[in-house]
Design a protein around this ligand. Structure first.
Ligand SMILES: NC(=O)c1ccc[n+]([C@@H]2O[C@H](COP(=O)([O-])OP(=O)(O)OC[C@H]3O[C@@H](n4cnc5c(N)ncnc54)[C@H](O)[C@@H]3O)[C@@H](O)[C@H]2O)c1
Ligand SMILES: OC[C@H](O)C(O)[C@@H](O)CO
Ligand SMILES: [Zn+2]
Ligand SMILES: [Zn+2]
Length: 374
């Protein structure tokens, strides 16, 4: 049986005669399989890819909404995340997507044309010999195909072929935009689950970007009180207040001010920036026996106040993507416990998707979540 990596071999697309990088002024074919690709030269462009037929066990999805994640922008602007995820060739972007089934491959019985789905972008190997897959923690699978992490192309495209079992049904009351936002929600829910957050816990959230704001919504739904959120950008704190009016926003992200604002030391920090200074602030704001749960990603090496952590029995924990979170994410949105709608501040067509990237990458434009709709 072919591995997922072989099935989704990225060269198949790059070497295909119908693959074409569109230059300025090029008019795409009608209904073309447009996508946004970046490369090792830090160029970003619209491309035309072949529309492939779904193979056995696969489904062809018309992608209707895709959000731009900070990691998409990071791969474009910096060419890597950490040491193992490196852009070496043309690579397709996007992993926050939802759409509509348009064709099913052989042996697919659970989906039919017209079904509305959220796309789970990480496809693990599911081999019995893989301990991570066998034990259900499939986000640790070393052979995962994570669409949009090089070398695998992303789901920001018009026609995307996906394995049937990594799609999640969207109920009628969940829009494609919300379905796409279930991806960052899955990241956050995985973190909240492993952080052990309980009703009435005082929580500090560091960073009011999309991940911090989704954490705010999820922590509120989970019963955290009080919740303090930090950011260096006032407009993002203002946005947090509109989402959850009761949230406390200290004027500076310093531990002493956070303590005063919270009225107490927090027992849980959800760190959503990945910056060393912010992680340190989180550590100093945490009470004896508390936990600093780090969702943000950043530099390869960082300094933490070792003896303060030790003498206060503060746990440091980390989140890497997610496993088993999509069904929960969809239920929470459908059930009205988490309202993701306000997070989408900018919308673009697929034809104009490169402008969407420029908007997402420019902090002066004040976007929270930029989505591409088709
Ligand atoms: N662990 C995972 O699997 C996973 C998945 C998705 C995203 N992430 C990471 O989560 C982090 C947040 O993602 P995002 O999309 O919200 O990014 P973002 O860049 O939009 O938001 C980060 C926010 O942190 C703020 N910030 C920076 N330094 C700060 C400081 N010292 N104190 C307080 N706030 C500060 C910024 O102003 C910004 O608003 C990123 O590092 C991202 O790569 C991790
Ligand atoms: O939402 C998922 C994240 O963006 C990915 O893990 C990315 O950071 C690296 O592949
Ligand atoms: Zn992401
Ligand atoms: Zn595996």
């Amino acid at each position: 049986m072919a591995s997922q990596a072989e099935v989704y071999d990225p060269r198949k697309i790059l070497d295909h005669p119908d693959f074409k990088i569109l230059k300025e002024g090029d008019k795409p074919d009608a209904d073309a399989n447009l996508a946004v690709f970046y490369n090792a030269n830090k160029e970003i462009h619209l491309v035309q890819k072949p529309r492939l037929k779904p193979g056995p066990g696969q489904v062809l999805v018309h992608v209707r909404a895709t959000g731009i994640c900070g990691s998409d922008v990071h791969f474009w602007k910096h060419g890597c995340i950490g040491e193992s995820m490196v852009v070496r060739d043309e690579c397709g972007s996007g992993h926050e997507s939802a759409g509509e089934v348009v064709e099913v491959g052989e042996g697919v019985n659970e989906w039919k044309v017209g079904d509305r789905v959220a796309i789970e972008a990480g496809v693990p190997c599911l081999q019995a010999s893989c301990d991570h897959c066998r034990t259900g923690r499939y986000n640790g699978c070393p052979d995962v195909v994570f669409f949009s992490t090089p070398p695998f192309h992303g789901t920001l495209t018009r026609w995307h072929v996906h394995p049937a079992q990594w799609l999640h049904r969207l109920p009628e009351n969940v829009s494609f935009e919300e379905g796409a936002l279930c991806e960052p929600l899955a990241v956050v829910l995985a973190g909240i689950e492993r952080s052990g957050l309980r009703l009435g816990d005082p929580v500090l959230i560091c960073g009011a970007g999309p991940i911090g704001l989704v954490s705010l919504l999820a922590a509120r739904a989970a019963g955290a009180e009080p919740i303090v959120i930090t950011d260096l950008v006032q407009s993002r704190l203002d946005f947090a207040k509109t989402l959850v009016p009761g949230v406390r926003t200290p004027p500076k992200e310093q531990a002493a001010i956070i303590r005063e604002k919270a009225g107490l030391l927090v027992n849980l920090v959800l760190e959503c920036t990945g910056f060393e200074g912010s992680i340190q602030t989180g550590i100093y704001a945490t009470k004896f026996g508390g936990k600093v749960f780090i969702i943000g990603v950043g530099k390869n090496e960082m300094n933490f106040p070792f003896m303060h952590l030790s003498a206060n029995e503060i746990d440091l924990a980390f989140q890497y993507r997610y496993c088993n979170q999509y069904p929960k994410a969809v239920r929470l949105v459908a059930g009205g416990l988490i309202n993701l709608k306000p997070l989408v501040t900018h919308r673009f067509s697929l034809e104009d998707a490169v402008s969407a990237f420029h908007t997402a990458a420019d902090p002066r434009l004040g976007s929270i979540k930029v989505q591409i709709l088709d």
